[in-house]
Design a protein around this ligand. Structure first.
Ligand code: 1CP
Length: 356
């Protein structure tokens, strides 16, 4: 396998924008850019659990490449799922088609902590290492590796599946703080091991999806999730200095200033917060990523075009903006709309464009 060259993508617009440097054009990619919105995905993927697909490196490489080839995005997101590490160490997680992660025996108490042993990526997830290696040796744009944030992965383990009000998670956080703390530390260790293995295999940047952290108050996020998240980014920066890192969650308007202290180089913003305000909350030192409302890509091009322009206008001309949706591509999205969004961002995006 080709060994990836570190720094190979240092001049890529996506990497430069993550570092807050001027770029010739605003980079764009979409969370969940692979997947059911693409006919070529549906054709290649076949039935069954997504975890089966994720264990096939050639298929993963193909699914990762598909949206880059179709849309001309400035980055690829590795095709995998946030529950892969916990599934790989045998916690008993599957991903049910149409539902998402489901856990046969959810995490209930201190006695469940031993079920979360450390991840050994070469042994537990060799298919991840192999697929990243294939992609790093062949993609023409940077590959973003990722892991689930500790709150979000904990929410699946404790609730046993997708949740609306996160009642069990919140009960455990508040009633068993010592167990919660240990759970956060173990989940951060799993994420760290997985992210490091992806970077060692050639990923050029990583994103931590703490998708559901926005369900928490700022105080509870700060006390019960942020410390472990900070450790993750601090330790990652030690082993992999200069690698761009993105921290993302949904509904995090009230958490953005805190998330900006976690140690990532970029903060992902959902569609609810105008990017000029997000920039103020995040501060001048970090880049922002976002934040077109994915639901506004479901209708006419006129609406999507106007909203894309609005996001670009709110992002302003200061460097450090990566265009994205405010959350993942919805399965019913017409790919033609996203193709046009990429074209428009490349043609009109001015944030951080070097003055000529
Ligand atoms: O079988 C399928 O095709 C089901 C759909 C699907 C896909 C395409 C799932 C189930 N996971 C994935 C792949 C995936 N998951 C990717 C790679 C694709 C890409 O981005 O192009 C990524 C980055 C994820 C990450 C992920 N999984 C997150 C964080 C991102 C986000 O949307 O907030 C979360 C929360 C999950 C859990 C998950 N996995 C799958 C579903 C349907 C869900 C969400 C369930 C819920 O609502 O709680």
């Amino acid at each position: 396998m080709d060994s990836p060259t570190p720094g190979r993508f240092d001049d890529a617009p996506f990497i430069r924008a993550c570092r807050g440097l001027e770029v010739a054009r605003v980079p764009v990619w979409f969370m969940r850019q692979a997947g059911r919105s693409l006919p070529e995905y549906r054709a290649a993927r076949g039935p069954g659990s997504i975890l089966d697909a994720i264990a096939q490196p050639e298929l993963v490489a193909e699914l990762t490449r598909q949206p880059v080839d179709r849309y001309g995005t400035d980055a690829a997101i590795f095709f995998s799922d946030i529950v892969v590490p916990v599934a790989a160490i045998g916690f008993g997680v599957d991903v049910a088609p149409g539902t998402g992660p489901v856990v046969a025996e959810p995490f209930r108490s201190k006695d469940d902590l031993h079920r979360l042993r450390p991840l050994e990526p070469e042994l537990d997830t060799p298919y991840v290492v192999e697929a990243v290696g294939i992609l790093a040796g062949s993609l023409s744009v940077p590959l973003i590796g990722f892991a689930g944030g500790p709150f979000t992965v904990a929410s699946y383990l404790i609730e046993g599946g997708p949740s609306k009000n996160f009642a069990r998670v919140k009960a455990l956080m508040h009633e068993e703080p010592a167990v919660w703390h240990e759970l956060m530390e173990r989940l951060v260790d799993l994420a760290l091991a997985s992210l490091r293995s992806q970077l060692d295999a050639g990923a050029a940047a990583v994103q931590l999806f703490d998708s559901w952290a926005g369900i928490l108050t700022p105080h509870h996020y700060e006390a019960l999730v942020l410390p472990a998240t900070r450790r993750l980014f601090a330790e990652l920066a030690q082993s992999h200095p200069d690698v761009p890192t993105i921290l993302f969650g949904v509904g995090t308007g009230e958490l953005l200033a805190l998330m900006a202290t976690a140690g990532s180089t970029v903060v992902g913003v959902d569609w609810r917060v105008p990017l000029d305000q997000a920039r103020r909350r995040v501060g001048p030192d970090l880049a922002v990523q976002g934040n077109l409302d994915p639901a506004l890509c479901l209708g006419s091009w006129e609406v999507a075009r106007a909203e894309t322009r609005e996001v670009l206008a709110l992002a302003g001309t200061r460097p450090g903006h990566i265009f994205n949706l405010g959350h993942g591509v919805l399965p019913e999205t017409d790919p033609a709309i996203l193709e046009q969004v990429v074209e428009l961002v490349h043609a009109e995006g001015r944030a951080g464009v070097a003055a000529s």
